[in-house]
Structures are given as structure tokens and as C-alpha cells.
Ligand binder design. Structure first.
Ligand code: SF4
Length: 236
């Protein structure tokens, strides 16, 4: 069953310019109670959204796509942040062993077919996990990349509503919130990683570059496929 676009329009009209806390509280408690999950990469800026979620309802399901190609620092940070924030329902989802053996046995697919690699390691596992929910929350922000400049707080995403409570926040907003709440930082941020995905597809970002410029460097690819562009959403 597809999501009525009128619902998303109404949410955007009522809450599109509201604070992240208002957007999250309304989505979690009023509009989609028990039918919404958060998707987190436990990356460079994930602590802010997860801290907000923990204060509203620490039992909210948090989906982490464990592709099998993450930095070990990310897996350790996931476990540390989960304990620090008291998150009660963090679920790791990912490809099966059979899929890995059949589709990327030598672990080289990220080099010669990153779209195919993301498709079976990220997109398909997340789609399976999201089948139990009507809506999901992301931590995306407009400032992260030119491709996210039009990001709105609420979007239609196939059969789901996608909620982006931090869409309007700047890098300074994120830094100020992290500082005020003394949130643990991903250990690779100090090494120059401003956006952190799988190890084979993440590199250090230079001053002046988009925060996501280190992702899939050398490829035209800018998204893993779990986030389709706003233009795609409008065309649907
Ligand atoms: Fe594969 Fe890279 Fe996509 Fe991770 S980000 S699933 S390693 S192509």
C-alpha cells in the first residue's frame, strides 16, 4: 500500500519548519506510534539524532545496516553509543552469508560495481527490515552535499514516509548540540573523516570539500541507494 501524498504534504505544511524535537516527538508519539524506525549509520554525526531519540523514547527501533565492510571503529562506536545513550532496541541488519558468498566472495565488488555492492549489502537488507514499519527517520541534512540542498523534513519514499528532522540544521548546529550534551564522537572524525560509510568507499575530506566528498571518491556515485534524490521523489 502506498503512502498518501496528502499525508506527507500535511505533515510538511504543519511541521516542515518545526524544531527537530517537535518533528520527532510528533512522528514517534502521535502520527506513527510503534510503526516507525530510525535508520542510523552510527557515523560522524549520528549521535545528535540518537540522543534526541533516546530522550523521547529509548525503546524506538534503531536499524543499523551492517554491510560487513564497515570500519571496526564504527562497530565499536555503535556499541559504545548504544550503551552511553541507553538505547534499548538497536538492530543490525545486513546481507546473509549466502548472499555474500554468491555476490561478493572475494570482497572486490565495491571496486568494480559499487552500485551492485550497495544493492545487496545495504538496500535489500534495509528494505526487508523496513517492511514492518510505515515510516523511518534519517539524520540527513541539507548542508551535507549539493545533492541534498532541497531536502524537506517529510518525504514520500515508496511505501513509507521518510522523516528528516535535522534537514535544516547546519554544521554549527550539530557541533553546538554535540558539545552541549557532551556526546561521544566517532573516533575517525579526528582523523579527517567527515562522513563515514564502508571502509573501502570512504576517504578523508579536504578543507573546502562537501562533507560527503570522501564517499565513493573517483565514482559519480553520491548515494548508496537507500536515499533516492528529491527529484526522483517528485517524479513519482
Ligand atoms: Fe559496498 Fe562500498 Fe556500498 Fe559498502 S558503501 S555496500 S562497500 S559499495
Amino acid at each position: 500500500m502506498s503512502v498518501p501524498s496528502s499525508l506527507v504534504r500535511d505533515l510538511q505544511n504543519r511541521l516542515g519548519n518545526a524544531s527537530p524535537d517537535q518533528i520527532l516527538s510528533t512522528a514517534l508519539k502521535t502520527v506513527f506510534p510503534a510503526r516507525i524506525a530510525v535508520v542510523s549509520s552510527f557515523g560522524a554525526e549520528s549521535a545528535v539524532l540518537l540522543h534526541m531519540i533516546a530522550r523521547i523514547d529509548a525503546a524506538t527501533p534503531i536499524l543499523f545496516v551492517d554491510t560487513g565492510r564497515h570500519f571496526v571503529e564504527t562497530l565499536e562506536y555503535r556499541d559504545h553509543l548504544t550503551a552511553h545513550l541507553g538505547l534499548k532496541d538497536v538492530r543490525s541488519v545486513g546481507p546473509s552469508l549466502e548472499e555474500v558468498a554468491r555476490l561478493d566472495a572475494d570482497l572486490s565488488r565495491a571496486v568494480w560495481d559499487p552500485d551492485g555492492c550497495c544493492a545487496f549489502r545495504k538496500v535489500a537488507p534495509l528494505e526487508r527490515a523496513l517492511a514492518a514499519f510505515e515510516a523511518w527517520v534519517t539524520g540527513r541534512k541539507r548542508f551535507q552535499a549539493s545533492t541534498r540542498a532541497d531536502l524537506s523534513a517529510f518525504e514520500v519514499d515508496g511505501n513509507h514516509v521518510k522523516v528528516n528532522p535535522l534537514a535544516s540544521w547546519t554544521a554549527d548546529d550539530i557541533a553546538a548540540y554535540s558539545f552541549a550534551h557532551e556526546l561521544p564522537t566517532h573516533p575517525l572524525v579526528a582523523e579527517g573523516y567527515t562522513s563515514i560509510g564502508c571502509a573501502p568507499c570512504t576517504s578523508i575530506v579536504q578543507p573546502g570539500e562537501d562533507p560527503r566528498a570522501g564517499r565513493w571518491r573517483g565514482f559519480e556515485k553520491t548515494e548508496c541507494g537507500i536515499h533516492r534524490s528529491p527529484a526522483f521523489q517528485r517524479e513519482k
